[in-house]
Design a protein around this ligand. Structure first.
Ligand code: COA
Length: 174
């Protein structure tokens, strides 16, 4: 059974390493950055810190970590958040875990006062499924930064716009 939690446990950074490496999308440096983010979040979670510090969402299937997402408030912004990392364990991909993580994340950041949630991804062919994933979760392409990552490797910036939700569903602005 799938369950979710925000609080990190001692051995989560290693599980995050396993998931990141399993995707085949990230190089060793990228994997290390995810592990480091988890170590920092684990250290900070018992102290009072701003929500500009990265926070995690963990998805588990009967106790096995099968997905994680990492997000933070964008420094200098009052209302914008960024999804820094999201991955599903490779053999669990395509079973709806990513969509469920996004749904939970949207609820969390909206309650924190987010008006927009941004995510950056790559423009290469390899990332077509990733871009389709964001689009299918309601993110809209906001900008393309040419040659951002490398030659012929653009940065695609997507955003989820909570103003649209408020207008469509008559939700009072928070
Ligand atoms: C992107 C990722 C987190 C999505 O998680 P997931 O659990 O596989 O996604 P879901 O099964 O919830 O898919 C949700 C929707 O996304 C779209 N989608 C997912 N995988 C897709 C694919 N390979 N091709 C096309 N669309 C896809 C579909 O619309 C799907 O909805 P549907 O199954 O109802 O058609 C996961 O595939 C992953 O870890 N990818 C590698 C790492 C990565 O790219 N991370 C993001 C870096 S920016």
């Amino acid at each position: 059974m799938l369950s979710f939690r925000n609080k990190l446990k001692f051995d989560d950074p290693e599980a995050i390493r396993t998931i990141s490496a399993s995707t085949g999308f990230f190089d060793a440096t990228d994997v290390e950055i995810s592990v480091e983010l988890a170590h920092n979040a684990l250290e900070n979670q018992n102290s009072i810190c701003s929500n500009e510090e990265p926070n995690f969402l963990i998805a588990e299937d009967n106790g096995l970590m099968v997905g994680f997402a990492c997000f933070c408030k964008i420094p200098d912004s009052f209302t914008a958040y960024e999804l820094l990392r999201i991955s599903t364990l490779s053999n669990y991909r395509g079973h709806g875990i990513g969509r469920k993580m996004i749904e939970r994340l949207l609820k969390t950041v909206r309650e924190l006062g987010a008006k927009k949630l941004f995510v950056k991804t790559e423009g290469t062919e390899k990332y077509i499924p990733t871009r389709k994933f964001y689009e299918s979760c309601g993110f809209k392409l906001e900008a393309v930064l040419k040659e951002y990552y490398a030659d012929r490797d653009d940065c695609y910036i997507y955003s989820y716009n909570f103003y649209d939700d408020e207008a469509a569903n008559n939700i009072p602005a928070q």
